[in-house]
Design a protein around this ligand. Structure first.
Ligand code: UTP
Length: 291
């Protein structure tokens, strides 16, 4: 029988160097998009798929993440006394889930960060959500991936087509489309040159993994950048077991990159009831003056 996906891992121990100095003392995952930190969007995505156990991989200067999802008595009392009930409810909901935090002593790579979650994931399948890859909240990428996992009882990676000029920033797959937007993966390469990329299908920050990945990561040597790469471990896995890719055609923003982060801010602000009208008016007034 296929085991249910009940747990989600949020790797958040990276240094976030592309966002320095903002990330010197505060986590990249806490950078807000409009009024919520990136990691909250990620948690809400898991929540929408009825996943209830969250494991955050943290490192130095990441305490703010724990505080964000914890009870805040003083703040709550203050909001209560001022009758700010709507925001009070929102704040209280943040502390209602089961979180576990694991420190990754050194940022040795995404593969290593995932290995750190093993004591909590144990022998279950699990979702991995990279909070700096922002998926439009109206899309249901993770839900669609879980359906594919349930059908095949196998690892599923999210894919997106990316232009040649950006391909060197991603893990890239070779594979065969077996159903609409579902690929059986035959090979993958981490951050290839455009000329060496096996396709334009890049791996993006959502994964449904099975627990057999842990033993493989343990034996995976450091790869690109001296880090233990998840892509390298997945490459070993696909020699032993089928690995599927799901081509996501919705909207994604690379929140780990400054321009991607700004795009996400604009797009989500244009969807936010509280600010969209005024913001749209402002943007329109600016467009004519940008040269
Ligand atoms: P990135 O490749 O975006 O790295 O990691 P980064 O350190 O966050 O940012 P830059 O490139 O220095 O600007 C992708 C995800 O994997 C996590 C990060 O926190 C991010 O969510 N990660 C990466 C870890 O948890 N541990 C690591 O050792 C590396």
């Amino acid at each position: 029988m296929v085991k249910k996906v009940r747990k989600a891992v949020f790797p958040a121990a990276g240094l976030g160097t592309r966002f320095l100095p903002a990330t010197k003392a505060s986590p990249k995952e806490m950078l807000p998009i409009v009024d919520k930190p990136m990691i909250q969007y990620a948690v809400e995505e898991a929540e929408a798929c009825k996943i209830k156990e969250y494991i955050v991989i943290t490192g130095k200067s990441k305490r703010a993440i724990e505080d964000h999802f914890d009870v805040a008595w003083e703040l709550e009392e203050n909001l209560k006394s001022k009758g700010k009930n709507a925001i009070l409810k929102e704040i209280q909901q943040l502390a209602q889930h089961q979180f576990a935090y694991i420190r990754q002593g050194e940022p040795l790579g995404l593969g290593h960060a995932i290995l750190c979650s093993q004591p909590f994931v144990k022998d279950e399948p699990f979702a991995v959500i990279l909070s700096d890859d922002i998926i439009d909240p109206d899309d249901n990428l993770l839900g669609d991936m879980i359906k594919i996992y349930n059908r095949h009882n196998a690892t599923v990676l999210a894919l997106q087509r990316v232009p040649k000029s950006e391909i060197h920033r991603y893990g890239v797959i070779a594979g065969k489309e077996v159903r609409r937007n579902v690929y059986k993966i035959s090979d993958m390469v981490e951050k290839p040159k455009a000329s060496a990329a096996p396709s334009d299908l890049a791996i993006i920050g959502r994964y449904i993994l099975t627990p057999d990945i842990f033993n493989i990561i343990q034996k995976t040597p450091p790869g690109k950048g001296g880090e233990i790469q998840l892509t390298d471990a997945l490459k070993i896995l696909l020699k032993r077991k089928p690995v599927y890719g799901y081509l996501f055609e919705g909207k994604r923003y690379d929140g780990g990159d400054k321009v991607g982060y700004l795009k996400a801010t604009v797009e989500l602000a244009l969807k936010n009831k509280g600010v969209k009208d005024e913001f749209k008016e402002y943007l329109l007034s600016r467009v004519s003056s940008i040269t």
